[in-house]
Design a binder for this molecule. Sequence first.
Ligand SMILES: NC(=O)c1ccc[n+]([C@@H]2O[C@H](COP(=O)([O-])OP(=O)(O)OC[C@H]3O[C@@H](n4cnc5c(N)ncnc54)[C@H](OP(=O)(O)O)[C@@H]3O)[C@@H](O)[C@H]2O)c1
Length: 390
Amino acid sequence: MNRTCDPLLRRQLLYPLSYGGVYLSILSGWNGLVGLIGSCFAREPGLGGGSRSIEVRSVIMSSQTISPSEISKGQNEKIPKVMNVVRIDEFGGPEVVHVAEAPVPEQGPGELLVKIQAASVNPVDYKIRSGKYPAVQGDKLPYTLGRDLAGVVVACVPGETGFSIGEDVYAYVGIERGCYGEFVVVKDSEACRKPSSIEYTVAAGVPLAGITAWQGLFRHGGLQSGQTVLIHGGSGGVGHLAVQFAKAKGAKVITTVSTKNVEFAQGLGADQVIDYKIEKFEEVVDGVDLVFDLIGGETQDRSWAVLKAGGVLVCTVQEPSQEQAKSHGVRAMRYTAEPSGPELCEIAALIDRGLVIPHISKLFFLREAASAIKLVESGNSRGKVVLTVP
Ligand SMILES: NC(=O)c1ccc[n+]([C@@H]2O[C@H](COP(=O)([O-])OP(=O)(O)OC[C@H]3O[C@@H](n4cnc5c(N)ncnc54)[C@H](OP(=O)(O)O)[C@@H]3O)[C@@H](O)[C@H]2O)c1
């Protein structure tokens, strides 16, 4: 397996005394420890490897092997008919998540067939698995999980999309398609070229969480340079990217995290980090332009007081009270993130300029998806959890 790590994690490995506790929380065993440390140093430029080493491996299919040169030549006839996917046939706990065979989909006009190299885990995966996600009801079963990916275009009609066979892409796809498999069809409008400075395993952590953060802060929250944003949940998949996007925009960033993530959030560049386990944010913050709420519940109830008149509360998890918004003289909304290739390209530019560093806390194999989803469901992951696809 090609394991990788992002620069933040690499820094953690290089400074074991200051991050001593990180190893046990990130790594599941000695194999993982050796593999992950090895990958961090093997791919560190100047330390014996190139960051694109993952791209020159052979792509192992369920029925045959396609070499990267065959992919770049677009030998579509080498694409197998059947692939492995991770899906659910019924709603329930981790036990309903299993590996199954499914036909390799065919791309239509304006679509790409992508060979998936890595896919990420998002809270929506356990919400769908447990039957609590309104857009996926019983009529959608069996359902292949997974909403975002990084991979290689293996089929498309030349000139019909903005992409060519052999290009690296990353994407957040529509709810009717699943990325926990070997191939997925991606609409031209959903994809962007993968940031060239990061590997598939890191890029896969970005699309859904990144687009959610981008749309929440800028499309719905209207965040401007010089404004102040309070981000609830700054250590999670969406939050850790939101903190960095807002800083890159020139905003003042305040974020709430638990005690174990205070140093992590400071490392992301937040101007003020509030440990919600020991401090009430509403006692130390006010005059905020935007509250980006990734938590809801009583966190949201206590957030109205910190907004300045004319401010905005944007939430990913629950519909905010319009009565409360009116009485505080602010605007408030919940939204569902929409796939967007152009926004992914804006994010890719920030990553390639080194202004945003996605944090991947743990890698799993595709077949371990049930455990990976369980980890995210536990609320104990930091940044993103990613599945590698053999
Ligand atoms: N509407 C949409 O389109 C959309 C899109 C993406 C995500 N979402 C939703 O948005 C939420 C966040 O997504 P995510 O991917 O970032 O989840 P995540 O990776 O699981 O992160 C959530 C983080 O929240 C932190 N947290 C828990 N309680 C908190 C509190 N009281 N105050 C501050 N932080 C707290 C936890 O970190 P600590 O250990 O530091 O507490 C956890 O890491 C999920 O509910 C998800 O379903 C919605």
